[in-house]
Design a protein around this ligand. Structure first.
Ligand SMILES: Nc1ncnc2c1ncn2[C@@H]1O[C@H](COP(=O)(O)OP(=O)(O)OP(=O)(O)O)[C@@H](O)[C@H]1O
Ligand SMILES: [Mg+2]
Length: 329
């Protein structure tokens, strides 16, 4: 039997992250449908390279930074996003194309572990939601990117929560083995916070078990910061996020307001119980934006990984390796 290729896939609302044996890459999850109405041949202007163009069954999409300047923006943050809608496919194929351009064609069958928001995995719809995610990802995929044809076969998909990815990134090394110095924490009480574009997620683990009453996700991510700056609705959130990422957005007034929303939700879910945690792991782009405040507030407990944005997908990859090791023995 041939060994499959393992990947951790983080279907983030702000950016898609893919982590494999060669490392991790990310692509901003902004998509526009191509209306085929570009103006060209104009003198005296700065020429900008168009974003990546992904074609799926005759439909064309622009993907990545600047996409909303080139076509009709598709922006929809509901959780149906996870279930193989066209814009999610476009981003997924976009990131797979980029991975193959960088590291070579993927010819072997692929095994994925996908990280989903806690809200998607909560309540009586959880099993159906997970099934829907698996259904569109499994099987053969064909598309083209900037005119070049691509194909892959995904033969296995497992799902888990986003913050679980961050936890296993902390616990495991790249071969899926426990990191000895971190292993002991898994038998104690730990908290994990993910501050993403759409979601703020809190996971509590005690002695290798999820503490349900202290685990919850809300849509309080960076989008809420951007919404504070978009009162007149003149921009798409994707446009504002591109500006934020390139430090072209003045967030000084809005930051403290958003930070209070974040700490308010943490307080609601955890109260002061985070003081009991042996370790508090914080990931997501929000961990970069709020780093100083978080370190100060949860003094002494906080671990922010070297790359807090990639961490979830990297942990999912490590978890896939661990599971494969177990199957072998
Ligand atoms: N290097 C960075 N520096 C500053 N801000 C960043 C950086 N990377 C990301 N961000 C900001 O953090 C936000 C959240 O990024 P992240 O990739 O964690 O969200 P996501 O996983 O896509 O969203 P969700 O978890 O809600 O699905 C981004 O939208 C961006 O505004
Ligand atoms: Mg995320």
């Amino acid at each position: 039997m041939i060994d499959p290729l393992f990947f951790g896939e983080d279907l983030g609302a702000g950016s898609n992250k893919l982590y494999g044996a060669h490392g991790g890459i990310q692509i901003q999850a902004v998509v526009a449908s191509d209306t085929g109405q570009q103006v060209s041949q104009l003198l005296g202007f700065r020429n900008r390279k168009p974003p990546m163009k992904v074609s799926i069954g005759g439909m064309n999409f622009y993907v990545g930074p600047g996409a909303h300047d080139w076509g009709r923006a598709i922006e929809n943050l509901d959780y149906e996003r996870m279930t193989g809608v066209p814009e999610t496919r476009a981003v997924m194929y976009g990131i797979l194309s980029r991975y193959m351009q960088q590291f070579g064609t993927i010819e072997l069958p692929v095994n994925l572990i996908v990280g989903l928001p806690l809200e998607v995995l909560s309540g009586d719809q959880a099993a159906i939601n997970a099934e829907n995610v698996k259904r569109w990802l499994m099987g053969e995929h064909e598309w083209s990117t900037n005119g070049q044809e691509y194909a892959i076969k995904i033969e296995d998909v497992k799902v888990t929560s986003q913050p679980s990815g961050a936890l296993f990134d902390y616990l495991l090394d790249d071969d899926g083995q426990f990191i000895p110095q971190h292993r002991a924490h898994f038998n104690q009480e730990m908290g994990i916070i993910s501050i993403g574009f759409n979601t703020l997620e809190l996971l509590t683990v005690n002695d290798r078990t999820v503490v349900q009453a202290m685990t919850a996700g809300r849509t309080l991510g960076v989008r809420r910061l951007l919404e504070l700056l978009n009162g007149d609705n003149l921009h798409t959130l994707g446009e504002l996020d591109t500006k934020l990422r390139s430090s072209k957005l003045d967030i000084r007034q809005a930051m403290p307001v958003w930070a209070r929303e974040i700490t308010g939700q943490i307080e609601k879910t955890w109260g002061n119980r985070w003081r009991r945690f042996s370790q508090l792991i914080i990931v997501g782009g929000g961990a970069i934006l709020l780093r100083n405040m978080l370190v100060e507030r949860f003094s002494g407990k906080v671990h922010i990984p070297d790359d807090p944005v990639i961490s979830i997908s990297r942990g999912l990859y490590k978890l896939a390796k661990q599971q494969a090791n177990r199957r072998k023995t």
